[in-house]
Design a protein around this ligand. Structure first.
Ligand code: NCD
Length: 317
């Protein structure tokens, strides 16, 4: 396993794949966050590299659109000294009828050590673990999980507020279709936060309470209780339509505006995974304002993904 300057916790990392935060224990999440903190100084261009992945090949296998996650994983792997292949489904032999598994096995034949996988079908990364020897990182599987997004969200909050335990975290928006929500719930709950999910009733699945979260249909009622609000995008591409009256109505009830922020705690942290839709989930002045951690999250994502790749590669294939 890769050596890290400081020993972040006494327990050793044993997992070869990162499929979801539902599979991790609290100490494993904290270990990733601790290693991410050590990785941050190595994450910027021009800084010395941290060659934990020298001689390894990391492949981004992306079957769904991505901006931040794909470039972040690519850059994280390069900062660790790995070779990187960026595979995008569009333009590939998928259009000639090649199956997903065959495609992945052919790419693995190039010497792939780690595959970073995004797919619209939940469980795709899990499926790959049965067909490949490479370590698998879930970079978003349908509406199921997006573990590194939640890890970078939690890392950002822990950096700013010094802790997670005892905080009240609000997840606002399209809970039903959001993999970021599902991973956030797992991660924040496991580290001892109180989680409130908030949105229109049609965008909150009934079973969500079984995950130990509170449910609110009124942002104005809960905004004053929150230490953190994570503003989630309406996932139009995953909806079959007609789940709320109009975008204007949604914005009126759940949009983060300067007026709404006046009811919040003065040091509220406002997170958003991106892409953001200015004027739908939040106003431009809130997105670019003092509560917003949006670009900080992107920067922290590099350290978090370096930590994940390094820990998984340390287990080997
Ligand atoms: C999220 C995703 O793809 O799940 N974006 C991201 O990875 N930063 C959220 C979204 O698409 O709304």
């Amino acid at each position: 396993m890769a050596e890290h300057g400081v020993n972040p916790g006494s327990q050793a990392w044993t997992k070869k794949h990162l499929l979801g935060l539902e599979d991790l224990e609290g100490w494993e999440i904290e270990k990733i966050l601790d290693v991410a903190g050590e990785m941050m100084p190595f994450s910027r261009p021009g800084a010395p590299k941290k060659p934990d992945l020298a001689g390894k090949l990391v492949v981004n296998l992306f079957y769904e659109a991505s901006t931040r996650t794909r470039v972040s994983f690519g850059q994280a792997a390069r900062r660790l000294g790995a070779d990187v292949i960026d595979f995008a489904a569009s333009g590939s032999s998928l259009s000639k009828g090649e199956s997903f598994i065959d495609t992945a096995r052919n790419i693995e034949a190039l010497g792939m050590d780690l595959a970073v996988v995004r797919h619209s079908v939940p469980g795709t990364p899990h499926l790959l673990t049965h067909h490949l020897n490479a370590g698998i990182v879930n970079a978003g599987d349908g509406a199921h999980e997006h573990p590194t997004q939640a890890l970078l969200d939690i890392f950002t909050v822990r950096n700013r507020l010094g802790k997670i335990k005892g905080l009240t975290v609000g997840l606002v928006g399209d809970i039903a279709h959001s993999r970021v929500a599902r991973s956030n719930i797992q991660g924040f709950k496991k580290l001892g936060a109180r989680v409130i999910v908030c949105g229109p009733p049609t965008l909150i699945p009934r079973q969500v309470a079984e995950l130990g979260v509170e449910v609110s249909y009124s942002l104005d009622e809960v905004i004053g209780e929150l230490d953190v609000v994570n503003v989630l995008r309406i996932q139009f591409e995953r909806q079959t339509g007609g789940l709320f009256p109009s975008i204007r109505e949604y914005f009126r009830l759940f949009g983060m505006t300067k007026e709404r922020l006046r009811k919040s705690r003065p040091n509220l942290l406002l997170l958003a995974p991106g892409p953001i839709n200015r004027g739908v989930e939040l106003t431009p002045e809130v997105a670019d304002g003092p509560h917003s951690t949006i670009l900080d999250q992107v920067r922290n994502g590099l350290g978090v993904r370096m930590a994940v790749l390094s820990l998984l590669a340390g287990i080997g294939s």
